[in-house]
Design a protein around this ligand. Structure first.
Ligand code: GTP
Length: 325
């Protein structure tokens, strides 16, 4: 075996450890340690989805139900996941001022239960709808090229209204208040098949705007309708969501992780907005009401807000009303 070089101060590269060795290491851990490890990295999570590693801990009771260890593990996982997520965004004064963690920018992805947050991010990251380990992602790191050619890493942090959190106050106060304080931009998701999920977005919009104490047009927020392929089950029309977006002066876009429709556009739109880039060609609400829709958004369609101002490309008023469809 070759000795590590002087330069090998880099972090250990887990993917280089053979899978069976990782599984062997995991098999020696007790239940709590396994849960903790799973929350550390996606590599461990992928390796840990093997029944043999867990069966020794769980037994069926006389009524055929899984014993309390199972529920213990579930609650542990949830707890560690939240802790990991909190560590990620817990703001220091500097972070708070810059709305950044390290050199990565946080986009909070909020929405009702099962409205499609994780699938949207997974689809963008892997071009697949399969979640690697369902509901265990703390964040998705996405590197994007900005319209000015700068490469920017973004943290997309999905946060749902978990079953235990019925009220928006519980959700914000107990779980994700640091995201609201810290996030550079917000992606508020709803499912077109669930009108309640749009109501949740409205609650969130009000809460975020009041907590951040800035006018809505200065907060990068995009309202994202998920599952647009499920036309037969549609409960929310595009016009309804447009109206809500217009009321709060944010953008709105409908997406489908199944067909891939507008996934890239939604990700890019909020990433660009959060860095101060707006669509170069203003598409006002009025134009959209006349049925004019942009289908593609590439970095070429965006320009720096300052440049837009100086070249009088877009009036401030129009920027406020810009919308991507
Ligand atoms: N047909 C269709 N199904 C989708 C789409 N997006 C998500 N789904 C399905 O909707 C279900 C919920 O998706 P998730 O991505 O887990 O939703 P979530 O909002 O992250 O869920 P929680 O984190 O549990 O709140 C899954 O079964 C997905 O396969 C979509 O665009 N089209």
């Amino acid at each position: 075996m070759t000795a590590p070089s002087q330069n090998s101060k880099a972090k250990p590269n887990f993917p280089q450890i053979p899978d069976d060795i990782i599984r062997l290491i995991i098999s020696y851990l007790n239940l709590t340690e396994k849960c903790k490890l799973l929350c550390l990295s996606k590599t461990f999570r992928q390796q840990a989805i093997v029944d043999d590693l867990w069966i020794p801990h769980f037994k069926y009771n006389s009524r055929g139900l899984l014993d309390k260890n199972y529920y213990f593990a579930i609650s542990q996982l949830e707890q560690y996941r939240k802790q990991a997520a909190r560590r990620l965004v817990m703001p220091t004064k500097k972070h708070y001022n810059e709305r950044r963690v390290g050199d990565k920018t946080i986009i909070a992805v909020f929405g009702g239960v099962s409205c499609g947050k994780s699938t949207l991010l997974t689809k963008y990251s892997t071009n697949s709808m399969e979640l690697a380990y369902e509901n265990l992602e703390e964040y998705y790191t996405i590197h994007l090229k900005m319209p000015d050619d700068e490469q920017v890493p973004f943290y997309f942090v999905p946060g749902g209204f978990y079953r235990a959190f019925n009220r928006i106050d519980d959700f914000i106060d107990q779980q994700y208040s640091s995201y609201v304080e810290c996030a550079h931009g917000f992606m508020l998701t709803y499912s077109v098949t669930c009108s309640k999920s749009l109501e949740k977005c409205k609650e969130l919009l009000e809460r975020i705007i009041s907590d951040r104490k800035v006018p809505p047009e200065r907060l990068p927020i995009i309202l994202v309708g998920c599952k647009s392929d499920l036309e037969a089950q549609r409960e929310v029309t595009c016009e309804e969501a447009n109206a809500l977006a217009k009321q709060y002066e944010c953008s709105h876009i409908e997406t489908s992780a199944l067909t891939g429709q507008n996934i890239k556009e939604a990700i890019c739109a909020i990433a660009y907005y959060s860095k101060g880039f707006y669509p170069a060609i203003p598409h006002t609400w009025e134009k959209l009401n006349n049925g004019e829709i942009i289908n593609t958004v590439t970095e070429k369609h965006y320009i720096d807000k300052k440049r837009a101002k100086s070249k009088q490309h877009v009036s401030e008023n129009k920027i406020k009303k810009c919308m991507v469809m």
